[in-house]
Design a protein around this ligand. Structure first.
Ligand code: THU
Length: 160
């Protein structure tokens, strides 16, 4: 028997001032996109924004429905919008954040499992990594260089 250990490299920033201007701008758009959230059931308002290879930025948010399983996460919503507007353009970076009225979210908001799978599919399709920027309303900002870092031992096209 041997044991394998998986390490995740994460860049941690204390504030938005420490970010490169392009990343700060993208996180600002994610924060602005929280306003577009339709989350009357969970009151958990998630904003996401993507930067495409051509410099274009697109924002999106979560959309809930009274039939709960139909809820659409902000990440998948914005990735679908990016694909619809520019299907052949690589998504370089996605930024994610959230607010909720009951507390100040001070931990980084990380994509759910389903969104991680979708991020991987984008990476696979363009044979390139997608950077992920995460922050709560306040608190540290995490930057990961690829969706693969938060989806180790994943299932994908190679297994089919
Ligand atoms: N949500 C997202 O938008 N992204 C995630 O990665 C996790 C969860 C949304 C779905 C639902 O509308 C609300 O947050 C509470 O789960």
């Amino acid at each position: 028997m041997k044991e394998l250990e998986i390490k995740i490299p994460i860049q941690v920033f204390d504030s938005m001032d420490e970010l490169e201007p392009k990343d700060r701008e993208l996180l600002e758009l994610a924060k602005k996109s929280v306003e577009k959230s339709h989350a009357p059931y969970s009151q958990f308002h998630v904003g996401a924004a993507v930067r495409l290879e051509d410099g274009q930025m697109i924002g999106g948010a979560n959309h809930e429905n009274a039939a709960y399983p139909m809820c659409l996460c902000a990440e998948r919503s914005v990735l679908a919008a990016a694909h619809t507007s520019s299907p052949k353009t690589r998504v370089e970076t996605i930024a994610i954040t959230a607010t909720t009225p009951s507390r100040t979210i001070s931990e980084p908001i990380s994509p759910c499992g389903a969104c991680r799978q979708v991020i991987l599919e984008f990476e696979d399709r363009f044979d390139s990594d997608m950077r992920i920027i995460m922050q709560g309303e306040t608190g540290p900002i995490y930057i990961l260089k690829s969706g693969k870092d938060i989806m180790p031992l994943s299932f994908g096209r190679m297994q089919l």
